[in-house]
Design a protein around this ligand. Structure first.
Ligand code: M6R
Length: 612
């Protein structure tokens, strides 16, 4: 996820671009850049690594760059580490074409190789530079017609994109094109704007056009013309934006956490699509060969917080499905407990930020002992991503809320794919089962979206428990792992004390804590453990607990035991965490809201814990 802006009109472009980018920083903040054109003069490009303020300082808040036409970008790295070189805008070799891009070009490698054969040389590692040179190629081949060049490039590119493009031969114009990545065009008299999201232009206009998939826009001072992919002109209606500025930044949601909860189908889909191509798994981007996976004697998963809970889930999944022994450690423990590691082992560090101090230290510890390491990381170019021998990137985009939701879900997705591939190369599942697992995985985003539809019931239920002092989560097997994460979500943002227990452990102490009216949330997605779980729930109910049961559609008999039931779509038993976690995230969220707490920034917590 990145943020793009564009401006053409009678004012100075650079300050407007910087202002717009500041509202899009939530979409990415590892580097930024602008490109501005002053009449017939050459386009000026200024870029910098780091937060937008570095670019603002470099350009004296935009005052140092003159011109009435320009494009800008704030980046969240997907291809190539965060650096000035990889920052946008990108220019073709002779600067005929300059562009900014949001999205992922899936076939960029193939296009790059073709362009290299035609003599193109690349200076960055980005897929965007490939798109720019592809447009340049068609532009020069077909009589210098920008519209035609863009349309041809769009036909050739697979993936998602929102592009804002300037051509050296067309000084007073900006072109925009989009497929599956957000982009709007705003207009106010002679001022015309491009933006990835509404907040970037709300200061200047509330009148916007929504550019559709596979459409192109041509912007000049005070005018926009839209075209379909066949270059035929199309009519569009202006829409008036009624949101206030703050609401707009959160995409209409009250909090970033809720926005991110709703971004989970996309985060999971993008992550799966980056690892599953044409119906089979490819881990070549991560540099993991089948031979390597075959040889692993033991997997050590090391992480903190929610990422650790992903590890607990993956332990169940990998051991059961691929029959590889897995140990899971909290990074803060692992680094000091002198772990014994097999030389053919693999240490997997899971981290959203890639900067968590304990996880990084654990990674270094493993490397020092000569054991291979794999990072499952969300932030491209972060310390863990750089230092691990292999990296699988989760494609969740920037996560702002302290309580993780979409990064957790994307980590699970990446871990599942790894488990399926391990199982396949080690002969634990046959071709048929492999295909079935992949199909199940690809259905997860829709099942998550379906689960989100039921949120009002959770909201109603949460409102009844905002005064709760203690809540217990119980489950067996994978359901215990989901409980751990549900409990963390609840306590970190609602400040209600909660614990997760393996249901079989209740009798060994915890059951003495159960008294009248205490909320116990039972999780029952694992069919073979269902009956045992029902017995555990009956036990706590007879001690006065108020029961919520979370299970899959079809298990309606649960209503004989529990006071409130929540159903999620059925999945393969291995992947149930991905849907069952959704009501629990919502539960934590609504409890926090009903208590009037700061959902996105809970007290005493930081998004990334970079100190011990
Ligand atoms: O950036 P990381 O994934 O390494 O962060 C790990 C934990 O700090 C993180 O998951 C934390 O527990 C979250 N606040 C949970 O919502």
């Amino acid at each position: 996820m990145c943020g793009i802006v564009g401006y053409i009109g009678q004012q100075q472009a650079a300050p407007i671009l910087l202002q717009g980018l500041s509202k899009l920083e939530y979409r990415g903040y590892d580097s930024a850049g602008i490109s501005v054109r002053n009449g017939e003069e050459e386009t000026v490009i200024v870029k910098s690594k780091g937060r937008l303020k570095v670019l603002a300082e470099k350009t004296n808040d935009g005052l140092a760059v003159k011109g009435n036409c320009g494009i800008g970008h704030t980046r969240w790295a997907t291809h190539g580490e965060p650096s000035e070189q990889n920052a946008h805008p990108h220019a073709s070799e002779d600067s005929s074409v300059v562009a900014v891009h949001n999205g992922i070009i899936e076939n960029y490698q193939e296009i790059k190789e073709k362009l290299e054969k035609k003599g193109y040389v690349f200076y960055s590692e980005t897929d965007t530079e490939v798109a720019v040179n592809l447009i340049d190629y068609y532009y020069k081949k077909h009589d210098g017609d920008p519209l035609d060049a863009i349309a041809k490039a769009m036909m050739r590119i697979r993936g998602s994109y929102a592009l804002a493009i300037m051509f050296r031969d067309y000084p007073g114009e900006i072109f925009a094109a989009r497929k599956d990545s957000p982009m709007i065009i705003g207009i106010n008299n002679s001022d015309v704007f491009i933006a990835s999201d509404v907040p970037a232009i709300l200061k200047y206009t509330r009148n916007v056009y929504y550019i559709g998939n596979m459409e192109i826009a041509r912007l000049t001072c005070g005018n926009v013309t839209f075209y379909n992919i066949d270059k035929e002109e199309i009519e569009k209606e202006l829409t008036e934006i009624k949101w206030d500025e703050e609401a707009a930044e959160k995409g209409g949601f009250e909090h970033y956490m809720m926005k991110e909860i709703h971004e989970q189908p996309k985060a999971v889909r993008d992550t799966l699509n980056s690892m599953i191509k044409n119906g089979s798994i490819s881990l070549s981007d991560a540099g993991l060969s089948d031979e390597e996976l075959e040889k692993i004697s033991h997997i050590y998963i090391v992480a903190c917080g929610s990422a650790y809970h992903v590890g607990v889930t993956l332990q169940y999944v990998i051991e059961d499905m691929a029959r590889v022994p897995v140990s899971v450690d909290l990074a803060s423990e692992f680094r000091y407990r002198q772990p014994i590691m097999e030389k053919d082992g693999l240490v997997i560090i899971i981290s959203q930020s890639g900067e968590t101090a304990d996880s990084l230290a654990a990674l270094r510890e493993a490397k020092e002992k000569g054991v291979k390491t794999l990072g499952i990381v969300n932030v491209v170019g972060s310390s863990i991503a750089r230092e691990a021998d292999r990296v699988i990137y989760t494609l969740a985009g920037p996560e702002i809320a302290v309580a993780t939701t979409k990064a957790y879900s994307a980590q699970l997705a990446a871990g599942y794919v790894l488990a399926v591939q391990l199982a396949k190369v080690r002969g634990k599942i046959n071709e048929e089962k492999y295909t079935e697992m992949i199909e199940e995985l690809l259905m997860l985003p829709d099942k998550i979206a379906k689960t989100l539809e039921d949120k009002e019931r959770i909201q109603w239920f949460a409102s009844k428990f905002s005064n709760a002092k203690d809540v217990f989560f119980v489950g067996r097997g994978l359901d215990y792992a989901i409980g751990l994460e549900g409990s963390l979500k609840m306590k970190e943002i609602s400040y209600i004390h909660s614990e997760a227990y393996a249901a079989g452990e209740l009798k060994h102490g915890t059951i003495s804590l159960i008294e009248d009216g205490i909320l116990v949330i039972g999780i029952l997605t694992q069919q073979e453990l269902y009956e045992k779980m029902i017995s555990n729930l009956v036990e706590v109910k007879s001690r006065g607990a108020y029961l919520m049961g979370l299970t899959v559609y079809g298990n309606y008999g649960i209503e004989d035991t529990v006071d409130f039931s929540v159903y999620v779509p059925k999945t393969s038993k291995y992947f149930a965490s991905s849907v069952a976690i959704i009501p629990l995230q919502l539960m934590g969220y609504y409890l926090s809201v009903s208590k009037g707490l700061d959902v996105d920034k809970p007290r005493n917590l930081a998004k990334s814990v970079t100190v011990e």
